[in-house]
Design a protein around this ligand. Sequence first.
Ligand code: DDH
Length: 286
Amino acid sequence: GASAASTEDSWRKVNFHNVYKDIAALLEDESYDDGSYGPVFVRLAWHASGTYDVGSKTGGSNGATIRFSPEADHGANAGLGVARARLEPLKKKYPHISYGDLYTLAGVVGVQELGGPTVRWRPGRVDNKTKEQCTPDDRLPDAAQGADHVRAIFYRMGFDDQEIAALVGAHALGRCHSTRSGYEGPWNASPTAFTNFFYTELLQNTWVPKKWSGPFQFVDKPTGEFMMLPADLAFRTDPVFRRHAERYAADQDAFFADFAKAFSRLLELGVSFPADAPVYEFKALD
Ligand code: DDH
C-alpha cells in the first residue's frame, strides 16, 4: 500500500532528534558481529546512495529502491537485509519518515556514535519509487578490481579522487563476512570505532595474499588477522590515491573533515530537497 511517507511534506511531521536517539539505541548488541550494528548501517546508507548516476540522474537514496527486489538481492547488497530489518520497527514508530531518510540517517548515526565526525544531514527523501526503478546490478564497486574500476564507479556518481580516497576510509569500520561478500575479516583491531586506521594499516602493514579457497584477498603478514580487498590496495598502489591516503594516515582531523563532507554529499546524490528542509548537525550521545 501507499506509504505514509509518499508525499513531499511527510517529513515535516517527524522529530528527527527522536529518530536519531532511537537509531542509536539499536546499535549495541553483544550477540551481533563485533557488538554493533553501526558498521552495517553505514554500509546500508552507502549502498542506498551510491547507485547514483550523474548522467541519467537515476539511482541514489531517494525512493530507497534498495529495499525492493531485484536491487535488494544484488550481490553487493548481500547482508543488508539485516540492517533494514533492524530499522523496520522505527518505520512503524515513525510512519512519516521515508525509507530513504531512515536508511541515510542510520548511516549518520553509525558514523557519529562510533566516534566519527559530525555529518550534516537533511530530511526530505520521498517513498515515491517502485521496484521498476531499481538500479542495474553494476552501480556499486567490485572489490576484486583496481584503481581504474574504482574511479569509473565513483566518477559516475560525480566524485573526484580526493573524495573517493576519503570515503573509503569507512573501511575502518566493520568487517567482511564470508556469508555475504565471500571475503573474510576486519580491516583493523577496532572495527566498532571510527578512526583513520584504514589508512594507517593499509600503508604500514605488509599485505600478502590470503591462503584459502575463498576469493582473492590480502591479509597482514605479521598476524593474518586483518584484511584488505584487492580494491582497497588501489589506495596504496595508485600514486594519486596514495597521496591522499598518506595525508589521512598522518592527520586524523583532515580525514574526519573530508569524510564528513563527502559522506554527506553521497547521501544526498539525486535528492531534490525542499528549499526549507533544515540541515541537521546532530550531537553524538554519550
Ligand atoms: Fe565497503 N565493503 N566497499 N565501503 N564497507 C564491505 C564492507 C563495508 C567495497 C567493498 C566492500 C566503501 C567502499 C567500498 C563499508 C563502507 C564503505 C565489504 C564486505 C565489501 C566487499 C561486506 C560483507 O561481507 O559484509 C569496495 C570494493 C569499495 C570501493 O571500491 C571503494 C565506501 C565508500 C563506504 C562508505 O561507507 C562511505 C562498511 C562500513 C563496511 C562494513 C560492513 C559490516 O557489515 O561490517
